[in-house]
Design a protein around this ligand. Sequence first.
Ligand code: AMP
Length: 438
Amino acid sequence: MKVLVFGGGGREHALAWAIARSPRVTELVVAPGNGGIANWGKTCGIPVRCVAVEIKEDAASLEAMLALALAERPQLTVIGPEVPLALGLVDELEKHELRVFGPSQAAAMLETSKAFAKEFMQTNGIPTAAYAVCSSPAEVAESLERFAAPVVVKADGLAAGKGVVICATKLEAEQAAAEMFSGSLLGATVGRVVLEEFLLGEELSFFAVCDGRRAVPLAAAQDHKRIGEGDAGPNTGGMGAYSTDILMPDALRDWLTENVAQRAVDGMAERGTPFKGILFCGIMLVPQPDGTTKPMVLEFNTRFGDPETQALMLRLETDIMDIFESSIDGTADELEISVKPGASVCVIAASAGYPGKYPSGRIIRGLDAARDCGDVTVFHSGTALSEGEIVTAGGRVLGVTACAGDLRSALDLAYRRLAEISFGGMQYRRDIGWRALR
Ligand code: AMP
């Protein structure tokens, strides 16, 4: 079977790695992929090609992705990032009778519109923070009277992780909203903002496989968004992630499946926009006076996370093709997902200066694939092949990923592998998993 994966980061490398392990897959195309994926493909056991395509939020990009899929005629297409989902690539591929894993444009609104997601959660009894949707600065000022500081301000729409501002005062919230409306904050104007009650607690990313009717729990992970150790400094795309058994006890898994993921799937089916694909639920576990915690949904994403996927793929024992096929065919209730007991971790090595400006083209040493095995693997995020060398080509460069019987052992494996790798200005956090170790 020939599989096409759209995307070019560490998440797509991890998905490609898992797909290539399936005995059913005979050929893999990654578009655009990256230098590291192309290089890994030489030794992964099946033919792997990276094919250039630009993924961005415009009609020309959608056409280019569609043309590529029609030319390649894969038996299955997997979409990594959110932008092709927002553009409706799934709908386009289905019109041409290509099998594709992921939600339709209408179902992806759970991620592409924060206002839609909040209204949907409220209608469907999914626990989430109090909110208001505002279309003007005047409406923001009026609605803020119903909130106590701090207040969270969210841009309605895809913002590559930059559309959420936590404001200590109402004045700051007014300013953040004004900057979103004017376009000065995100580089593009925003039509609506969501004001949200601030929640304090531990965060958890919960992933469910959905087939339009059923939600089946996959796993949980925790990521590290800030650049600095101890969760200090500016937000990034994610500096590391881990997944352990302890993170999500069975009772919490069952609760989240029933009260969050399945309610979302039921609600989307009722609207006539059934949800298929991965539902990534960003959860805040809010401590209650009686010592328990109450899970509240911060956001939905409609695809795998990066870098959570790198950590999850190392634990996944089930053939990932079974997950994709059951989601497409509506047979998720027959799916038995098996995850290695213990823990896995992904530590991101980033370029100097990231998440601000960073240099590219630095030669990366120590990537010898022979040092990697099923328990330790280096997934490439921002790398390129230049004159036979793998060089840096992004802010997040590599995800050194390991799994073991417990978190500490997985961390030891990952950090030992990371110590063999170097490039000019390499930075990484040394405290991935600190909350769980505490
Ligand atoms: P979102 O894209 O909505 O998940 O927001 C990104 C990040 O902002 C989350 O991972 C949280 O760390 C933080 N955040 C979002 N909403 C809230 C909230 N209501 N209270 C506290 N933190 C939040």
